[in-house]
Write a protein that binds this ligand. Structure first.
Ligand code: UDP
Length: 355
């Protein structure tokens, strides 16, 4: 197949502004290329994507949907990179069999019926705005095979839990090294933004008296400064936003990953990255992480928004065998497994059987 992948328009690839979509796009592209398919990625200028053909498009970035309220109208800036990317896709569409959209934006969904080539959508977030809900529901009603989600919990936020295709997600397991004997430190990884509720992990670290190492893009500086003011004595260290190979070197040495999303996390790439290093995951029982973590076996699922629950789970970490964490990642989240699921989806869209 000849595949054209359109990235998120909220940031260039490698910037961290795109969150998990950046890694997801890279891994699906690699999985498809390993199978002999041709892939080209279209992304905002300044993107870095080693080993994958890339077309960079200039223009102004989109505002991330998760920073907006439910009734927010659809907005595009002047000289919108999103619009420019889709104009490029329109011009070259006949060179491809299928176009895959990774952007959580209204425009690509709206444009779907106007393209002569099939446009597939991998929805990267749960329901955030009414306008996005409507266009996703309309697209799925008209093109039921062309929309996929990462988790059932995510699809349920659009009222689509039963009828949807769930792809899960995957990582390149070779890039993550198992670590049997960690330091006592805890890890927290993600965009530093209110929907990720870093403050709960900081509070749990303070009560437990265990250091929390924080990795991720500082997306909302005011939010971060408030956490620093509210917890001046918490045992925490902001390490920065690291590329995958450096991130995993640090993550693997941690005793557990603490995941505290306030919103319904569509999937939670960081959970499978931790498991791949043998790091147990303590997460709220909500959204994607609740479908990933095997409670009591590869981590703990905790009452949502309960700092006490996090603290209790931290106390029980010695019950978890780190080998079973790595094993789960190998069984469920390999690129090969993701390639199978994605290829089956594309074949359904194109109406072709297995060769
Ligand atoms: N990440 C990274 N370096 C860091 C911290 C995070 O590359 O220092 C990446 C991480 O690998 C993951 C993404 O940021 O792919 C966060 O994705 P996730 O699905 O957990 O959350 P999202 O940001 O999409 O809400």
């Amino acid at each position: 197949m000849k595949l054209l992948f359109l990235s998120t328009s909220v940031g260039s690839l490698g910037s961290g502004l795109g969150g998990g979509v950046e890694l997801t796009l890279k891994n699906i592209a690699l999985a498809m290329m390993h199978r002999g398919h041709q892939v080209r990625v279209v992304a905002p200028s300044g993107s870095v994507l080693a080993g994958i053909p890339l077309t960079e498009i200039t223009g102004n970035l989109q505002i991330p949907a998760q920073t907006q309220n439910r009734k927010a109208p659809i907005c595009l800036p002047d000289n919108s990179v999103l619009a420019n990317m889709w104009e490029y896709a329109r011009q070259v569409q006949n060179d491809y069999d299928l176009i895959l959209n990774f952007a959580y934006d209204w425009l690509p969904f709206y444009l779907t019926p106007f393209f002569s080539r099939p446009v597939a959508h991998l929805v990267s977030m749960a329901s955030v705005t009414a306008a996005m809900d409507r266009i996703i529901q309309q697209t799925i009603a008209r093109f039921p095979v062309q929309v996929a989600f990462h988790s059932r919990a995510q699809a349920a936020t659009f009222g689509l839990a039963d009828s949807c295709r769930c792809l899960g997600n995957a990582i390149d397991l070779c890039e993550y090294q198992f670590c049997k004997n960690p330091t006592p430190n805890l890890a927290w990884i993600g965009r530093i933004a209110p929907e990720k509720a870093l403050e709960d992990a900081v509070a749990a670290a303070q009560i437990s008296g265990i250091s929390l190492r924080i990795f991720g893009k500082l997306q909302d500086r005011d939010y971060w400064e408030k956490i620093c003011r509210d917890y001046p004595n918490a045992p925490m260290e902001y390490v920065g936003f690291l590329p995958t190979h450096e991130l995993q070197q640090q993550l693997r040495q941690c005793r557990a990953l603490v995941m505290t999303p306030r919103w319904v996390e569509a999937f939670g790439n960081v959970a499978i990255e931790a498991l791949a290093c043998g790091v147990p995951v303590i997460a709220y029982r909500r959204g994607g992480p609740a479908e990933i973590v095997r409670d009591g076996e590869t981590g703990f699922l905790v009452e949502p928004d309960s700092v006490t629950g996090l603290v209790e789970a931290i106390k029980r970490l010695n019950e978890i065998d780190r080998d079973s964490c790595r094993r789960q990642a190998e069984e469920e989240y390999s690129l090969w497994a993701m390639g199978d699921r994605t290829e089956a989806w594309f074949r359904d869209i194109l109406g072709i059987g297995i060769e």
